[in-house]
Design a protein around this ligand. Sequence first.
Ligand code: FMN
Length: 310
Amino acid sequence: MSQFRIGSVWLKNNLILAPLAGYTDIAFRRLCMELGAGLSVTEMISVKGLCYKNKQTFEMLRTCEAEIPSCVQLFGSDAADFAKALELGVLDNFDIIDVNMGCPVNKVIKNGEGSALLHKQQAAAAIVSELTKSGKPVTVKIRKGFKSDEFVAADFALRMQDAGAAMVTVHGRTTSQLYSGEADYQAVGMVRDALTIPVTLSGDIVDTQSFNERKPYADGFMIGRGALINPSIFAHLQGGELSKKYPLIKRHLRYLGEYFDEHYAVVTIRKFFAYYLKGERGVKEFKNRIYSANSLAQVSDLVDEHLANI
Ligand SMILES: Cc1cc2nc3c(=O)[nH]c(=O)nc-3n(C[C@H](O)[C@H](O)[C@H](O)COP(=O)(O)O)c2cc1C
């Protein structure tokens, strides 16, 4: 696996943990970085929340030692808010700043944020250009287009490159597709052909076959749901073994306990089980019982009792 450069920042490889709201907190990012990811990205963080000095938003900015380098993903609509967030100094910890220009959630789009920016090139370019004043590489994550079959990504990405972006990630679905169908990796290849900066592909990499199929179309590769199913996918795609899940789940529980209060940790790990248990047999009893566990110790005991063989 070759090294990969985003502006002035070198990564040890070109496999990146995708930003996943509700999942890529400090505990899961640490796990994936230790399991071979070249970079991990935080959940999307509201610049307005930062400007209002929201305590919960600030907490999402914690990083750990395994995150070398580190990347924060911000979302917002107005370059002035991004400038204010920079001034606060709370982003100083991060090596790379990514901007979400692909979120399909209505509440976000309504505010002119996320993928709404795909139809507002000028506002999007102003955000990128403002953030480059930090001296850090600025990257953007976009979708193929907004409406059903639309393909605006190449033109849009070119504009972001002109505004100073150091990398563009393309999720090959349109906003109206949400997560349905297959992500269009050839569209990602067309964006790559149009740009001189690196282009990263996001969408549907879950194993070596899906990875190899997409490899010719991009420079970097983001992995989202595939990492939720088995975070050792990063090591695996670099020639290592796909790890058993039991030890990974135990390690994940330990990290959640290190960084978060019991309530957050228990509620969060429950969500992860929907992915960790995908395709696993003999876990019905575990699924029935996990919702009655309300401490990490109880979750851990249930995992020992039911999942030691997965
Ligand atoms: C639960 C969930 C949360 C997501 N949150 C974010 C986010 O915060 N920021 C972002 O840019 N994309 C987000 N995405 C999109 C992913 O980063 C990625 O582009 C998409 O899931 C396709 O890749 P995959 O098939 O590897 O999961 C999210 C996707 C899912 C399923």
